[in-house]
Design a protein around this ligand. Structure first.
Ligand code: UT7
Length: 308
């Protein structure tokens, strides 16, 4: 099944906490080394939220996205936040963001699809806009993963960081946005969060390479485009070796991928919107972007859409 909507991204924003946790800092906390982390993952440092909650970071990213647009905050009538690290079961992070922005009339809710959450949220928002019931959607990925990390477990604590990315989308007859999101329920133990993140790293790695390749091929096929029509691929920022492996096997130049995991580590649902924002701020021309993610569940997905 192909999912086509007529929407475009009109602005992006991000927020990352100031505090930096380097590989050198982690060497003092667990039995690891900068050399191991860089060679196995590509990550050099990550941000850690001290005072900020996932809601605060979502709000700051939303303010950035609103500031980059010509919209008034009351033009927003839909807020969807992708997160697995909100402070409460309810109200949702999105409800809190609505309150902090003081938006009177809107629908707001969260999506939980782990690291694929933002791509899921974008498809849901695009569908609701396509229905004609909503005009401007604020779609956010925000995570405070430091809250669910066991800093004595070297298998996980070196990988993740905190941050938020936000996007505003609206209907546009001249633009076409394609989505492909999937999940499978037979690998629910490979990556879980109860109190802490627990993960079978090798299993997730192999799954990630496989579904990222398939998701890129599928969405290009749906859109009837080739990789040369795409200006940038924004992948989930989990591990440089995963991205390199996908690039090599699909024979795509690594330069086509926006990569910032060296600075932030894996920020789960925030990783794609943060990278998208950094790309958009560096490249002001209209661009065809391909998003591709994977995560616990397992979940995975891709999208092709236009920005500006
Ligand atoms: O958003 C989705 C989230 N998850 C992911 O994307 C994770 C995907 N998986 C990965 O990125 C990689 O599997 C890891 C980076 C987690 C691990 O890399 P790997 O090359 O798959 O290593 P491994 O798990 O096979 O471990 C190799 C060795 C082991 O030692 P032995 O058994 O060979 O003696 C580990 O105990 O490396 C050891 N090790 C470490 N050594 C130093 C594991 N973590 C560390 C560490 N520092 N932090």
């Amino acid at each position: 099944m192909m999912h086509l909507t007529q929407i475009k991204i009109i602005s992006t924003g991000k927020y990352v906490p100031k505090k930096i946790l380097t590989n050198g800092d982690l060497e003092k906390m667990v039995e690891t080394s900068n050399e191991w982390i860089v060679s196995r993952t590509g990550i050099k440092e990550r941000r850690i939220a001290e005072k900020e909650s996932a809601t605060d970071m979502a709000y700051f990213a939303a303010l950035d996205a609103l500031g980059q647009s010509k919209l008034n905050k009351n033009d927003i009538d839909l807020i969807i936040v992708a997160s697995i690290t909100g402070e409460q079961m309810t109200p949702s992070v999105a409800n809190h963001v609505q309150k902090m922005l003081n938006i009177k009339h809107c629908m707001s809710f969260d999506v939980n699809a782990a690291c694929t959450g933002y791509v899921y949220a974008l498809e849901v928002a695009a569908s609701l806009i396509q229905s004609g019931s909503y005009k401007h959607a604020l779609v956010i990925g925000s995570e405070k993963l430091s809250n669910v990390l066991d800093y004595t477990d070297r298998n996980t604590c070196i990988l993740f960081g905190d941050g938020a990315g936000a996007t505003i989308i609206q209907k546009s007859e001249n633009h076409q946005a394609y989505f492909y999101n999937q999940s499978k329920g037979d690998e629910t133990d490979a990556l879980t969060v109860k109190k802490y993140i627990k993960m079978d790293g090798r299993k997730v790695f192999l799954f990630a390479v496989d579904v990222m390749k398939k998701s890129i091929v599928k969405i290009l096929d749906d859109a009837q485009l080739t990789i040369d029509d795409i200006d940038v691929i924004i992948p989930h920022q989990a591990n440089l070796r995963i991205i390199q492996s996908v690039a090599k096997s699909l024979q795509i130049d690594l330069d086509k991928f926006e990569i910032n995991l060296q600075n932030y580590g894996n920020t789960s649902a925030a990783s794609i919107p943060i990278a998208l924002d950094e790309y958009a701020k560096k490249n002001k021309q209209a661009k065809n972007v391909l998003l591709v993610g994977f995560g616990g569940g397992f979940t995975w997905g891709s999208a092709i859409l236009q920005i500006n």
